[in-house]
Design a protein around this ligand. Structure first.
Ligand SMILES: Cc1cc2nc3c(=O)[nH]c(=O)nc-3n(C[C@H](O)[C@H](O)[C@H](O)COP(=O)(O)OP(=O)(O)OC[C@H]3O[C@@H](n4cnc5c(N)ncnc54)[C@H](O)[C@@H]3O)c2cc1C
Length: 474
């Protein structure tokens, strides 16, 4: 048995613990661990710029754990697998399934081709708690609303499998001399804008495990209320590690289950449930990233104001809470969930810019950019998803700031132009008396923008535009 040569194809499972496909590979023979950057998918599906940087560091970290044996390639997977199979007399190929529509299509082709070559294939679900097809309503149709999906579907389903142990590969690795190497993937940008962003992170499986353990020990006990406060570290910040599979979702689920059950733990587990829901939506609606799930939104008269879009992207809207969120994204590659909702609502409702433009910007700027979560999040905020925030729910960034950043620490951190303004005016500096602004040297329209839209007026216009959709439905 040990003479067999097996490929483990790493994709979004960049870890050695609880990796079912890798675990299987080690039981079959000697393992050739590979990673393929497939830049062939449509522009929409290509990995965004910030995520490419994360991927670079994540591959390096994995390569270190594999005794520098990770074989890295760029190109068409069939061409690459074909030459490796011949060169190393490979008998089996193992990988963990990816649920993005383009991966599903690609895999069908690869599976057929491998079967023709008489190569054994071993596929596993390692990125979701439940097989996405297994959670269905009694009538066999997929759930469209989160609460019944999670409570009736997931919670009545079998308990997610326990994590597998860490594999020990050191004596069992096949080294490939002909691979291209991580540097050849050109994941690091020029000029190097990534350095400031990565100062906020430390990538890799070991770090991910430590972060989970600290979160469970110190922060989850305040999760239910604390998760809405962007200035505090009450959420796990595990999203990029989960996306790249440096930590498995089952590891997180079972570690949290070990804690005493309470409303904080339940609330955290239900957020993992939202992730499962997003993947289910994507699986049953492969156009989720680009097509309104509620088709009446196809008639919506989106604005094409490029100045507004640029101001939003750069955190220069003159609305401090929105600007803080957009600058957090730009500087750190991450944005707190509360802010994702506030800036999303502002783009789609106050500026009436198509949610897909926001989705694309997030895709490029987030280190946790995830096709399912990002598309579902944007459809939710725009009101065009199946279980979406209703169109008349328009977040007011001033009241949101007062409620969720009550001491102003978050806004002051990312909008230093307003650092000294009294808290009373921090979220709406245009309301501050001229004497205060003059005294602090704040000149609206010069060293901090005037608001690009009037919040009240744009809210009314949005409500009118959204309610007209109802009448237009045929
Ligand atoms: C417009 C918009 C876009 C989003 N884009 C993404 C994205 O590209 N990638 C991404 O991972 N999440 C996305 N989210 C969901 C959510 O904002 C992030 O998962 C969360 O902020 C990550 O921080 P955390 O790890 O500290 O979360 P925690 O609160 O600690 O939650 C733990 C994990 O649960 C999952 N999760 C939490 N909230 C959600 C949610 N609402 N939907 C789906 N899964 C969730 C994530 O995997 C997260 O890491 C988006 C939300 C919105 C409103």
């Amino acid at each position: 048995m040990i003479d067999k040569s097996i490929i483990h194809w790493f994709q979004k499972d960049l870890r050695l613990t609880d990796n079912p496909a890798l675990y299987k590979a080690t039981t079959l023979g000697r393992v050739l661990p590979i990673y393929i950057l497939d830049d062939s998918p449509s522009v929409r599906d290509k990995i965004g710029d910030a995520s490419r940087v994360w991927l670079h560091h994540s591959l390096n970290s994995l390569n270190d754990s594999l005794d520098q044996s990770l074989a890295v390639f760029k190109g068409d997977p069939i061409d690459i697998l074909s030459s490796l199979i011949d060169r190393h007399a490979i008998t089996d190929v193992c990988w963990n399934i990816q649920y993005e529509p383009w991966c599903q299509k690609r895999d069908l082709k690869i599976i057929k081709w491998l079967e023709k070559k008489n190569i054994k294939i071993h596929l596993f679900n390692s990125s979701l708690l439940w097989q996405p097809d297994s959670i269905k309503k009694k009538d066999g149709t997929p759930y469209k609303v989160f609460t019944p999906f999670y409570k009736r579907g997931c919670m009545n389903s079998s308990i997610p499998e326990k994590p597998l142990p860490t594999v020990n590969l050191t004596k069992n690795l096949i080294k490939c001399e002909t691979h291209q190497g991580i540097e050849s993937l050109n994941l690091i940008p020029a000029p190097r804008w990534d350095k400031m962003m990565m100062n906020n992170w430390s990538v890799g499986e070991v770090r991910a495990k430590r972060l989970l353990s600290t979160f469970l020990k110190e922060n989850i006990c305040q999760y239910k209320t604390g998760r809405d406060l962007p200035a505090q570290l009450y959420t796990s910040r595990l999203s990029p590690y989960i996306h790249f599979g440096e930590l498995s979702i089952r590891q997180i689920w079972h570690a949290a289950q070990q804690l005493q059950a309470d409303s904080n733990t339940d609330c955290f587990l239900s957020q993992l449930g939202w992730r499962e829901f997003s993947y289910n939506l994507l699986l049953h609606n492969p156009d989720l990233p680009c097509k309104n799930l509620k088709s009446k939104f196809d008639l919506f008269p989106w604005s094409n104001n490029q100045d507004h879009l640029k101001a939003w992207q750069r955190g220069q809207t003159g609305i401090p809470m929105v600007d803080a969120g957009m600058r957090e994204l730009w500087q750190t590659g991450y944005m707190h969930n509360r802010l994702r909702m506030i800036v999303g609502s502002f783009l789609v409702k106050n500026l009436r810019i198509d949610w897909r433009k926001g989705e694309r910007w997030f895709w490029d700027c987030l280190v946790d950019a995830d096709l399912a979560n990002n598309s579902a999040g944007w459809q939710w905020i725009a009101g065009c998803g199946t279980d979406a925030s209703p169109y008349f729910r328009i977040f007011n960034p001033v009241t949101q700031g007062k409620k969720f950043d009550p001491e102003g620490q978050y806004v002051r951190r990312f909008v230093p132009e307003l650092k000294k303004i009294p808290l009373k005016y921090l979220f709406s500096p245009w309301e501050a008396p001229k004497s205060i602004l003059d005294h602090l040297g704040i000149r609206l329209g010069e060293n901090y923008p005037k608001p690009i839209v009037d919040l009240k007026q744009s809210r009314l216009e949005a409500l009118e535009a959204f309610s007209s959709l109802k009448q237009n439905v045929i």
